[in-house]
Design a protein around this ligand. Structure first.
Ligand code: NDP
Length: 247
C-alpha cells in the first residue's frame, strides 16, 4: 500500500512551481489531489505528465484571498471527495520594493494572498478535519520570514505571519489529532526566483553551504514527510529547507 492511498489532499497554487511538485509527489504516493490555482493550465497544456495519475487529480480555479472563492472550492471538494485529510497552503506572490517605494496595493496584495489566503483556506477546511479528528496542515513560509530581506518587507511580514499562525493553530487543534507545521524554503528554482538578477542569484548561491539552489522536489519531499505517519509527533514546527543558508 502506498503512503497516501485513500488520502484526499488540497494544494493551493498547485499548478506551478513548488505546488505542482507537491501535487505530483502526492499523486505518485497514491493520494487523490485537488490542485487549486488562480490560473489553471491551458486546455492544450499537459498538466500531469504521467497518464496513470490523471484520474486522481482535479484542478479548481481559486483565488485564495477571496473567502467566497475559497468556500466554494472547499464545498466542491467535500461534495466530490467527501473529506479533506491534508492541506498544503502554498499559493504565494511577491511584490518587491524598498519600503519608501512600496505602494499600499503592493502591501495588500502580498498580505492578502500569502497570509490571509492561508487563514481563509485553513478556516474553510478545518471544520471537516475537526469532525473527522484527523488532519495535516502544511504552510509554506520562507526563510525571509525568519531573517528578513531588504526589499521584501511585505513578503517577509506575510511569511513571519504564517509562522505565528502555524504555531498558534498547532496549539489550538492538537487535541483533535490535527498537526500544523511550516516549511521555510530558501532559494528554490521556480518562476518566482526567475525574476532575480544574475547578481542576486550569485549572492544567494555564495551563501548557501550546499552551493546549489533547491529544486521544487526538495521542498515536496519534506511536505510529504510532514504529512506522513512518520511525522505524527511533530507539530508547530518550522522546517528550514534551504541548503544550510540559515542556521
Ligand atoms: P510560483 O510563482 O511558481 O507559484 C505560485 C503559485 O501560487 C502560482 O501557481 C500562482 O498562480 C499561485 N497563486 C498566486 N496567487 C494566488 C491566489 N490569489 N490564489 C490562488 N493561487 C495563487 O512560486 P513558487 O512555486 O516559487 O512558490 C510557492 C510558495 O513557496 C510561495 O508561497 C512562495 O512564497 C514560497 N517560497 C518560494 C521560494 C522560492 O525560492 N521560489 C522561497 C521561499 C518560499 P498564478 O501563476 O496563476 O498567479
Amino acid at each position: 500500500m502506498k503512503r497516501f492511498e485513500n488520502k484526499v489532499v488540497v494544494v493551493t497554487g498547485g499548478c506551478r512551481g513548488i505546488g505542482k511538485a507537491i501535487v505530483e509527489s502526492f499523486l505518485a504516493e497514491g493520494a487523490f489531489v485537488w490542485a487549486w490555482d488562480y490560473k489553471l493550465p491551458d486546455e492544450n497544456e499537459v498538466f500531469i505528465e504521467n497518464e496513470k495519475y490523471r484520474s486522481r487529480v482535479r484542478t479548481v480555479q481559486v483565488d485564495v484571498s477571496s473567502s467566497e472563492s475559497v468556500n466554494n472550492a472547499t464545498q466542491k471538494v467535500l461534495d466530490e471527495s467527501g473529506r479533506i485529510d491534508i492541506l498544503v497552503n502554498n499559493a504565494g506572490i511577491t511584490r518587491d520594493n524598498l519600503l519608501l517605494r512600496m505602494t499600499e496595493s503592493d502591501w495588500d496584495a502580498v498580505i492578502n494572498t500569502n497570509l490571509k489566503g492561508t487563514f481563509l483556506c485553513t478556516k474553510a477546511i478545518l471544520h471537516s478535519m475537526m469532525n473527522q479528528r484527523y488532519g495535516r496542515i502544511i504552510n509554506i513560509s520562507s526563510i525571509v520570514g525568519e531573517i528578513g530581506n531588504a526589499g521584501q518587507a511585505n513578503y517577509s511580514a506575510s511569511k513571519a505571519g504564517v509562522i505565528g499562525f502555524t504555531k498558534s493553530l498547532a496549539k489550538e487543534v492538537a487535541s483533535r489529532n490535527i498537526l500544523v507545521n511550516a516549511i521555510a524554503p530558501g532559494y528554490v528554482r521556480t518562476s518566482m526566483t526567475e525574476k532575480l538578477s544574475p547578481e542576486q542569484k550569485e549572492t544567494f548561491l555564495e551563501n548557501i553551504p550546499l552551493r546549489r539552489e533547491a529544486e521544487p522536489e526538495d521542498i515536496a519531499r519534506v511536505a510529504l514527510f510532514l504529512a506522513s505517519d512518520d511525522a505524527s509527533y511533530i507539530t508547530g514546527q518550522v522546517i528550514n529547507v534551504d541548503g544550510g543558508l540559515v542556521m
